[in-house]
Design a protein around this ligand. Structure first.
Ligand SMILES: C[S@@+](CC[C@H](N)C(=O)[O-])C[C@H]1O[C@@H](n2cnc3c(N)ncnc32)[C@H](O)[C@@H]1O
Length: 305
């Protein structure tokens, strides 16, 4: 019976103890399977495994869309480039889009370079990531829900309880890439071949999803957005205004959006295969050329051999 070694990766702050405790239950469901599990704390944009040992890497919504750094969005004079916004928007200057894309490119390239060192030739990377559907990151659907959160912040500012300078420095370290952008980064990095790439559109809320009161749904969604953006906003806004911001202003604005059209969640499925090293590739092609086999057939033979 084959034995499988799993390495479970997350950031060091993750509760690995709870994860390991739940493995007992998992083992009960897979009694015929011989497997071993280890935890691997660390960020996936750095090296987390030894060289040349992994056969399959799978990542499901592991937050590639959170950037490792805040994009630098100030003019040479230090003035904010994206005033009144917290993400790319229709009114943002081109430098804003460029800075966001550049940071995503850097992070995703680091991820690929590290996995390239750690995987064996022919290994698969199966990734599921949050993305966007349109080519332009500035169109309304791509900016959801950050346009509404920026409006909610501006509305609070106009009521006067905050100093205006602080929200202007705020730009979320977040970027949802398009399928084309992801594919281009993979090709530029060069270690992996794209076996499959697909964009999925999922209905995640709005008029068509259930009978629940839209107002309650909007409050729930606002609460969930607060759970992963609240700590970032706290550095820019006073604690006292946070309840009003998320519970009233933001909930109202997303409620308005939800009543008009369903909210779509966009995911990108990506299956990559580690390419052969150049020298091996050439020798191998020559061998099959001589024996009149196709390259594709040969490729499989080498993998299983
Ligand atoms: C939305 S959860 C995904 C959970 C699970 N994969 C699933 O499909 O249900 C995202 C996880 O990615 C982890 N994560 C975020 N950034 C990471 C990084 N740079 N390196 C490793 N893990 C990271 C988070 O700590 C979190 O546990």
């Amino acid at each position: 019976m084959p034995e499988i070694q799993f390495y479970l990766n997350d950031l060091p702050g993750n509760d690995f103890n709870t994860l390991f405790k739940r493995l007992t239950e998992f083992r009960r469901n897979y009694e015929g399977l011989s497997f071993f599990v280890m935890g691997t704390p660390g960020s996936f944009i750095e090296r987390i495994f030894p060289q040349n040992c992994m056969h399959l890497i799978h990542s499901s919504y592991s937050e590639f869309h959170w950037l490792s750094q805040f994009p630098l969005l100030t003019t040479a004079e230090g003035l904010p480039l994206n005033k009144g916004k917290i993400y790319i928007s229709e009114t943002s200057p081109p430098e804003v889009k460029e800075a966001y894309l550049a940071q995503f490119q850097e992070d995703f390239t680091n991820f690929l370079q590290c996995r390239s060192k750690e995987t064996v030739v022919g290994a698969y990377l199966v990734l599921l990531l949050n993305g966007r559907q349109s080519a332009d990151p500035a169109i309304k659907k791509s900016c959801y829900p950050w346009e509404s959160l920026a409006k909610a912040i501006s509305s609070l500012v106009s009521e006067g309880p905050m100093e205006e300078e602080k929200p202007d420095d705020l730009n979320l370290p977040y970027y949802r890439a398009s399928q084309e952008e992801v594919q281009q980064i993979v090709q530029q990095e060069g270690s992996f071949m794209v076996e499959h790439i697909e964009t999925l559109v999922l209905d995640v809320g709005g008029p068509s999803s259930g009978e629940e009161d839209p107002c309650i749904r909007a409050k729930k969604l606002a609460k969930s957005v607060r759970s992963f953006t609240g700590s970032i906003l706290q550095h820019h806004l006073r604690e006292e205004v946070m309840d009003k911001l998320y519970g009233e202003k933001f909930a109202y604005l997303i409620g308005e959006n939800m009543s008009k059209e369903p909210i779509k969640g966009i995911s990108i499925i990506l299956v990559l295969r580690k390419l052969y090293q150049q020298a091996l590739h050439v020798t191998f092609c020559m061998f099959f050329y001589e024996s009149s086999q196709t390259y594709k057939h040969g490729e499989k033979g080498l993998l299983s051999g």
